[in-house]
Design a protein around this ligand. Structure first.
Ligand code: IPM
Ligand code: MN
Length: 345
């Protein structure tokens, strides 16, 4: 047997509930792997109790695990931005998660808000969202706050190095898929500096992948196509903020945010990658057993795949697909869904 040592950050709101189901399924899927998990207490509770967000000592411990499974970070009892900028983004940045991988796939039996005509053409694409740059780096500031002359800036940082590595990853993923199609989403008609750097980099790296077909959409147009013709997309590569926005639309058209999984991936493997549902902490339904753990479970499947247990990953995904196909209208609790999926393994 091989072993798998994961760090678990339940976090805030529904995070701990959905992560518990993901761990249940992970255990059921890995009879040949000895899985150990260590829980880390990060999020609102820790901040209220200690004022800490992400202590250096915890960050160092996290580095020692094979992968991280995260529930959700963010709580209305904490000022907006404190936990996001203090826990989640520092993890992504410090562990160099430059590929934020967000698949969107409409599983059989799942209802999309799009019409049957639209989804008949297929809905199965993956967004490669850059994870370490863009407006997320915190390069900006405010002047004369609270006065009529107040100024606020958030400067988007785009480096050739950062764009090239994520674009190359997206080409690799596109090349490995049957359609071999890659769409760059940006806004180079307005964001001329960053936009042209992204476009040039795509073209230059693309010369190494002559069998991958390239397309380009401005982000506003991309939102139209996501809602009217998602079948055109295979792999999308985009910057951190555009990727944040379009992956919520992608989740919605693929059956809802309760099903959307993601991986914050460091392809160099010099630090552990982190897997988390795309959804947030949903404080309004926390603690009631109402949250759908499917996104967390599919994130655990991505984790297994990343750490080299592709077979177990595929079994988890198949168990989720089978559950989704038979789900119907009957309401089930968080743990009932987790039990049902684990029970198929
Ligand atoms: C996400 C979330 C985060 C993001 C927030 C909570 C910082 O919306 O993972 O999509 O913007 O990346
Ligand atoms: Mn988001």
């Amino acid at each position: 047997t091989t072993s798998l040592d994961i760090a678990v950050i339940g976090g805030d709101g529904i995070g701990p509930e959905v992560v518990a189901e993901a761990l249940k399924v992970l255990d059921a899927a890995t009879s040949e792997v000895s899985v150990s998990s260590t829980e880390y207490d990060l999020g609102a509770r820790r901040w209220h109790a200690t004022g800490e967000t992400l202590p250096d000592s915890i960050l160092e411990e996290l580095r020692g695990h094979d992968a991280i499974l995260l529930g959700a970070i963010g709580d209305p009892s904490v000022p907006s931005g404190v936990l996001e900028r203090g826990v989640l983004l520092p993890l992504r940045f410090a562990l160099d998660h430059y590929v934020n991988l967000r698949p969107a796939r409409l599983y059989p039996g799942v209802t999309s808000p799009l019409s049957a005509e639209v989804t008949a053409n297929g809905l199965d694409f993956v967004v490669v969202r850059e994870g370490t740059e863009g407006p997320y780096v915190g390069n900006g500031g405010a002047l004369r706050v609270g006065t009529p002359a107040e100024v606020a800036t958030e400067v988007s940082v785009n480096t050739r190095f950062g764009i090239e590595r994520v674009v190359r990853d997206a080409f690799e993923r596109a090349q490995a898929r049957p359609r071999k199609h890659l769409t760059l989403v940006h806004k180079h008609n307005v964001l001329v500096h960053a936009g042209h750097l992204w476009r040039r980099t795509l073209e230059e790296v693309g010369a190494e992948y002559p069998d991958v077909e390239i397309a380009y959409n401005h982000v506003d147009a991309a939102t139209i196509y996501l809602a009217t013709d998602p079948a055109r997309f295979d792999v999308i590569v985009t910057d951190n903020l555009f990727g944040d926005i379009i992956t919520d639309i992608a989740a919605a058209v693929a059956g809802g945010i309760g099903l959307a999984a993601s991986g914050n991936i460091n392809p160099s493997r010099e630090a552990p990658s982190m897997f988390e549902p795309v959804h947030g902490s949903a404080p309004d339904i926390a603690g009631q057993g109402l949250a759908d753990p499917t996104a967390a479970i599919l994130s655990a499947s991505m984790l297994l795949d990343h750490v080299g247990h592709g077979d177990a990953a595929a079994r988890v995904e198949a168990a989720v697909a089978a559950d989704l196909a038979e789900r119907g209208e009957r309401a089930r609790s968080t743990s009932e869904i987790g039990d049902a999926i684990a029970g198929r393994l």
